[in-house]
Design a binder for this molecule. Structure first.
Ligand SMILES: Cc1cc2nc3c(=O)[nH]c(=O)nc-3n(C[C@H](O)[C@H](O)[C@H](O)COP(=O)(O)OP(=O)(O)OC[C@H]3O[C@@H](n4cnc5c(N)ncnc54)[C@H](O)[C@@H]3O)c2cc1C
Length: 394
């Protein structure tokens, strides 16, 4: 009976964890004889960090402290240390809402100030540093921020001109509008030039009519589309007087401020994914959606009110290349964040290998640290070297 009572007590502790139990410092376990590296460090960890993080250390520390300060980021105190990390046991819907709430919290605390309206290398580097911090907390958080700022915001910055900058950039920075980036279609991903969504210029109305002509033209995997995005930059084939001028980008509102989907737009949810469930990926169809002529992002080419197509770049191949070039930065950001995440994963793996022991060489001798096994070293150390080389070359 005693055993049953003890077991029930243990199980109920899992169901109702008491707050005091999570505040307790970690107790050393007899199976783990671990001496924290801080006892033996012979060099300046701050200098090493300067090399590893490279730039904007204060900004990174500020962002980490912001994350630690809010219950939205699930901080868990262990002694004098704070561990943060999302609850991946939450449902897809909960993860999406938590990601959006975290972004709103960061925005209210000024984390995104100047991300689209400041210029210069220092502002760019600070933005990268902060995004790496958000990515190291949770990739969904960084991707949802990235889609809004680097894809939607970046499209306005680089494909648009002053009229678009004045109208959208500040509101994007403040999350008054929530943007998504509708390029990929069910039938065309890598081959962007093959997309089938059409934008036909209506000279009488001074509007473009955006249409999804067939099922393979539905926009697919669009981050932010399933729940939160109010606006989209839509990549479409531009048709004027029966001539196809190739792929161009247009701004359209897809939801009102209350989250209702706009007329002539249909949206479906891409559903549960094997990861990144904090990002609400969706599918979008356009049923002759009308947008004003001014919503064409016109840094490379424009359509005059009378329907005349004008561009300084005459060659369609070069025009397309000029159009796509700014998207390269998005790829660089994803690669840089991947390095940051690798560092965290490897730090966990190396620390564990320096903690956990298995098998002793002599009877009654101390068991051997995992990292002292050559087979373990061969698995981990090349990855450490590869990650560091990628870091320094990025
Ligand atoms: C989680 C997630 C989020 C996304 N978010 C967005 C978003 O917000 N907005 C958006 O517009 N898109 C988004 N995408 C779509 C993404 O950009 C596309 O998946 C990507 O461009 C690849 O297109 P595809 O999936 O159609 O693959 P395909 O282009 O069909 O490629 C299929 C396979 O063929 C290979 N392949 C393709 N072309 C070549 C070639 N020329 N030579 C050799 N091999 C080739 C590819 O490497 C791949 O293995 C997202 C995708 C995912 C998975």
């Amino acid at each position: 009976m005693d055993a049953v009572h003890r077991r029930t007590k243990i199980i109920s502790r899992h169901l109702h964890p008491s707050s005091s139990s999570t505040d307790l410092p970690l107790n050393p376990s007899p199976c783990l004889s671990y001496s924290p590296p801080s006892d033996q460090i012979q060099f300046s960890t701050q200098s090493l960090r300067q090399i590893m993080d490279g730039h904007d250390l204060d900004a990174r520390d500020w962002a980490f402290s912001l994350i630690e300060s809010s219950s939205l980021f699930c901080p868990r105190r262990r002694g004098d240390r704070v561990f943060v990390g999302p609850d991946y046991n939450q449902t897809k819907e909960q993860q999406r809402e938590m990601t959006m709430k975290r972004i709103e919290f960061l925005e209210k605390n000024g984390a995104f100030e100047g991300w689209l309206t400041s210029e210069g290398e220092a502002a760019e580097m600070r933005k990268m540093a902060l995004n790496q911090v958000f990515g190291s907390y949770d990739h969904s958080l960084a991707i949802k921020i990235g889609v809004h700022f680097f894809l939607w915001g970046g499209a306005i910055q680089f494909f648009g001109t002053k009229r678009h900058h004045d109208k959208w950039l500040k509101d994007t920075e403040k999350y008054v509008v929530k943007g998504c980036f509708a390029m990929t279609e069910l039938g065309h991903g890598s081959n962007v030039r093959g997309i089938e969504t059409s934008a036909t210029y209506d000279k009488e109305a001074g509007e473009f009519v955006i249409n999804t002509p067939c099922e393979s033209a539905q926009k697919y995997w669009i981050g932010g589309a399933a729940n939160h995005a109010t606006h989209a930059v839509i990549f479409s084939q531009l048709h004027i007087n029966g001539t196809n001028q190739g792929v161009h980008a247009f701004i359209a509102q897809i939801r009102d401020a209350d989250g209702n989907i706009c007329p002539n737009v249909r949206i479906a949810d891409c559903g549960h994914k094997i990861g990144l469930n904090g990002v609400d990926n969706g599918r979008i169809w356009f049923d002759n959606l009308r947008v004003p002529r001014e919503n064409l992002l016109n840094s490379v080419a424009d359509v005059l009110p009378d329907g005349k197509y004008v561009s300084a770049i005459k060659n369609p191949d070069q025009r397309f290349a000029a159009f796509m070039a700014p998207l390269t930065s998005g790829r660089v950001i994803i690669a840089a964040t991947a390095i940051y995440i690798s560092k965290i994963g490897l730090a966990i793996a190396v620390r564990y290998a320096l903690t956990r022991r298995a098998f002793s060489i002599t009877p009654d001798g101390q068991e051997v640290l995992l990292l002292d096994y050559p087979s373990h070293q061969r698995r981990l150390l090349p990855l450490v070297a590869k990650t560091l080389l990628s870091l320094y070359s990025s």
